[in-house]
Design a protein around this ligand. Structure first.
Ligand code: URP
Ligand code: ZN
Ligand code: ZN
Length: 493
């Protein structure tokens, strides 16, 4: 008789977002079909004794093979980016299909879809970056993209080439509310940053450390507050991405308690780096420049607290890989000013090991919170929980076997991205994903990649299911009813 499973993962400690248990996992046709103690032998048995068996990570904020607002191309394409993700225990990514002004959304989507189809080794969806929400985009192209499974879009409140004004943001929010999509907001006050930067440059302050001065925490908090106000005005949820500062964490927590439908994400760079890391000789600090910038020890603690108490429901990498040369960070070599450096840091491969080591192993978060922050909440927020984000019968067999005792000293040379440096060089981490499975296929085993180029699949996402932190009583706003803005119902939190 044929074995009932293609693969059995035997004897591991399984963690979901809610519980921890000692059990075997049976996989057939790429799907988890049994979780039980002592399953029968399969065609392949994987010994997970002494290992954590965790859902594969979902990284819902990554820039891959993307042209930035400043016109710089990412260092990672869909091959190196997904290989690097897989080696770090991530089995699904949601990169951006980035619209630049004057470009038609269907063309943008088709272009990114073709490139990812040819190269990705793990599964992926797409968000849209929306730089030009004109009438055709709002009435035809965005609704069609949502029907095609692109149920979230990112908008920017800063960057000359991408910035939307408040009127446009309201248009996008209203559309998202009608169609059941999620708006992700890069919240920084453009004019504050521009005004400070101009004065710094006039005084000859060009070094990377001045990037953190120009992108003041008040610019982040002001824009975040405005984004929340716009969302409340039309009663449509927003997700603030890459929250960096202590004040913004506090703002989000207060807004959630008052009933605002605001969700928030943070990233490794806000837990493990500070603005001091930008203060290096010459242009070396450019390796740490991202927007918003890493801030201070108080903000790091606030981000940890926000991840722990659910204020920040998502932990993503914001992998924005730029090489330390003219193609990315240094268009004018040593003469490059902080205004000219590509913004962004790499992190797709180290996102999970950093949080596992410094969060779970140090007792800051539980293993179940780790799962929620790195996988389950992303699936819920981005309409993937029908197939991904947890370990349960019926879901894709996307998982990683973590050796909690493996000690690793981080170096750029051990990573699989195409960046050439890491902001986390020399850090000692404890815990590492040693076997990674995507839809039942072992894609990484030890230091071997077993997945073929192009074997990842596009996942059409559903509408978000916002089931993150509990909110209070929503403030009454009569405006949505008066303007006929009511959209799809969002579940009570
Ligand atoms: O500095 C960053 N985060 N660059 C990537 C683009 C973005 O805003 O997420
Ligand atoms: Zn951003
Ligand atoms: Zn980003």
């Amino acid at each position: 008789m044929a074995a009932p499973f293609d693969v059995t993962i035997r004897g591991g400690r399984i963690a979901t977002d809610r519980e921890t248990l000692q059990a075997d996992i049976g996989v057939r046709d790429g799907v988890i079909v049994a979780i039980d103690s002592r399953l029968p032998p399969a065609a392949r048995d994987i010994d997970a004794a002494g290992r954590w068996v965790l859902p594969g990570g979902i990284d819902s904020h990554v820039h891959i093979e993307q042209l930035s607002g400043m016109g710089r191309m990412c260092a990672d394409d869909f091959y190196s980016g997904t290989v690097s993700a897989a080696f770090g225990g991530t089995t699904t990514i949601i990169p951006f299909a980035a619209q630049h002004r004057g470009k038609r959304i269907p063309d943008v989507v088709a272009d990114y879809a073709r490139r990812a189809r040819e190269k990705a080794v793990i599964d992926y969806g797409f968000h849209l970056i929306l730089a030009d929400p004109d009438e055709e985009a709002l009435t035809q192209h965005l609704p069609q993209a949502i029907r095609d499974g692109i149920s979230s879009f990112k908008v920017y409140m800063t960057y000359d080439a991408l910035k939307l004004d408040d009127y446009q943001l309201l248009d996008v929010l209203a559309l998202a509310g009608r169609e059941g999509a999620l708006v992700m907001i890069h919240a920084e006050n453009h004019d504050m940053i521009r005004w400070i930067a101009q004065r710094l440059l006039e005084r000859g302050h060009t070094a990377p450390k001045f990037h953190a001065v120009a992108h003041d925490a008040i610019a982040e908090t002001e824009a975040s507050h405005r984004a929340i106000a716009l969302s409340r005005l039309v009663d449509v949820p927003v997700l603030l991405v890459h929250v960096a500062g202590a004040e913004t964490v506090q703002l989000v927590r207060s807004a959630q308690r008052l009933g605002s439908k605001v969700y928030a994400e943070s990233c490794p760079q806000y837990l493990f780096l500070t603005a001091d890391d930008l203060d290096l000789p010459g242009v070396e600090g450019a390796k740490f420049c991202c927007s918003p910038p890493p801030r201070d020890a108080r903000s790091q603690e606030a981000v940890w607290a926000g991840l722990k108490d659910g204020t920040l429901g998502l932990y993503s990498s914001d992998h924005a890989p730029y090489r330390f040369d003219a193609s990315g960070k240094l268009p004018r070599g040593e003469a490059t000013t902080f205004k000219e450096m590509a913004n962004g840091v790499p992190g797709i491969e180290l996102r999970l090991p950093l949080l596992f080591s410094e969060g779970v192993q140090q007792g800051r978060i539980t293993i179940n919170e780790f799962v929620a922050l790195t996988a389950t909440n992303h699936a819920r927020m981005y309409g993937l929980s029908h197939c991904k984000g947890n370990l349960a019968v019926g879901l894709d067999a996307d998982l990683a076997l973590w050796n909690p005792d493996r000690e690793v000293t981080v170096s750029a040379g051990m990573l699989h991205d195409n960046v050439g440096y890491t902001p986390y060089e020399g850090r000692r981490l404890r815990g590492w994903p040693e076997l990674v499975m995507s839809r039942g296929r072992v894609v990484v085993e030890g230091d071997r990649l077993l997945a073929a180029r192009g074997s990842g699949r596009y996942i059409a996402r559903r509408s978000p299911e916002a089931t993150l932190p509990a909110a209070g009583t929503p403030p009454a706003s009569r405006l949505p009813a008066m303007l006929g803005l009511q959209g799809k119902a969002w579940p009570t939190l």
